[in-house]
Design a protein around this ligand. Structure first.
Ligand SMILES: Nc1ncnc2c1ncn2[C@@H]1O[C@H](COP(=O)(O)OP(=O)(O)O)[C@@H](O)[C@H]1O
Ligand SMILES: [Mg+2]
Length: 296
């Protein structure tokens, strides 16, 4: 057993023991934009009730992978199963049925500014259900209570703070009692304290509601707080899918053990720690040098 393996108990592939079927299964996905491959050979399974954090640098393909999972884009290769159904084979109305089981909190998931917080949260219920308004009102109150915004129901988005807007977006994402929640950079633009509060809220909701969550982030404090498992994306490829504990051990591994690690793990370690030196910077310097030499 190699001493360099941060988690000798776990297979390097991060395989799990036989258990429940995955909620989401991505198999050999590739996505190509204008002839450029931005995601390649993505394999990822997400299990009921877990929080999977997809992390990676800017432009590594995190948001694209989320868009593929929610069916707002189709992959150029590979398949995506959601609750056992191949979502790429569904037409728009079938896809909408699947989407009712999702809650989505996107980076730009802006609220409608002309509507109160309560009206924003009510919107998915009005659009996708036939519930009477008085039932919708109760549902909205429950969701606002969950995120701690019940007293602010009648305010407009312009009247509340950034953290409260995220909470409101979360209440709206929860409106239809989703089985899966997708988050794209949930703490983007928030100060560290507010960001930590959103992390705690996400944790509490996951526990309380038993939802499966897929969270894209490049903020490591947040990732280590909320993740059960983590997937590291680098230039459109998944380098590793592992437990949070595995990533913690890699992050905290003493420097003298690091040199024995595979290049990928050294790269992940640099990312997790935010170190200035390491394979990520060496690669950047190298490609700048090559561009210089060959005039790219
Ligand atoms: N609709 C699109 N058309 C063309 N290129 C895109 C599109 N969306 C994303 N890209 C490119 O794909 C790469 C990955 O983007 P993205 O998934 O947004 O990365 P991340 O979320 O990790 O920052 C980037 O180089 C980006 O410019
Ligand atoms: Mg993004």
């Amino acid at each position: 057993m190699s001493q360099a393996n941060p988690n000798p108990q776990t297979a390097p592939s991060g395989e799990r023991a036989p258990g429940p079927d995955p909620v989401i299964r991505c198999t050999n996905i590739a996505k190509i934009f204008d002839g450029r491959t931005v995601l390649d050979d993505i394999n990822l399974e997400i299990y009921p009730g877990e929080t999977m954090v997809i992390m990676g640098g800017s432009g590594s393909g995190k948001s694209t992978s989320l868009r593929l999972m929610i069916g707002s884009m189709r992959p150029d290769r590979g398949s995506i199963e959601m609750f056992g159904r191949d979502i790429c084979a569904l037409n728009e109305s079938q896809l909408n049925d699947v989407r009712k089981q999702f809650g989505i909190l996107f980076q730009s998931g802006a609220l409608f500014n002309s509507m109160t917080i309560a009206e924003n949260v009510a919107l998915p219920l009005q659009e996708h259900t036939r519930l009477d308004q008085d039932i919708i009102d109760i549902q909205v109150k429950i969701k606002l209570e969950l995120v701690g915004l019940r007293e602010h129901a009648d305010l407009l988005p312009s009247q509340i703070s950034g953290g409260m807007k995220k909470r409101a977006g979360l209440a709206r994402a929860l409106a239809l009692d989703p089985k899966v929640l997708f988050y794209d950079e949930p703490s983007a633009g928030l100060d560290p304290v507010t960001s930590a509060q959103i992390d705690q809220l996400m944790l509490a909701l996951t526990k309380q509601l038993g939802v499966t969550s897929v969270v894209v982030t490049h903020e490591m404090d947040s990732a280590f707080t909320i993740a059960d498992r983590m997937a590291m994306l680098d230039k459109g490829r998944i380098l590793k899918v592992e437990t949070r504990q595995w990533y913690e051990r890699l992050r905290d591994m003493p420097l003298e053990q690091v040199r024995g690690l595979p290049e990928d793990e050294q790269l992940i370690r640099q990312f997790l720690r935010g170190d200035a030196d390491g394979p990520i910077t060496a690669r950047r310097d190298q490609s700048a040098f090559t561009d210089d030499l060959f005039g790219a």
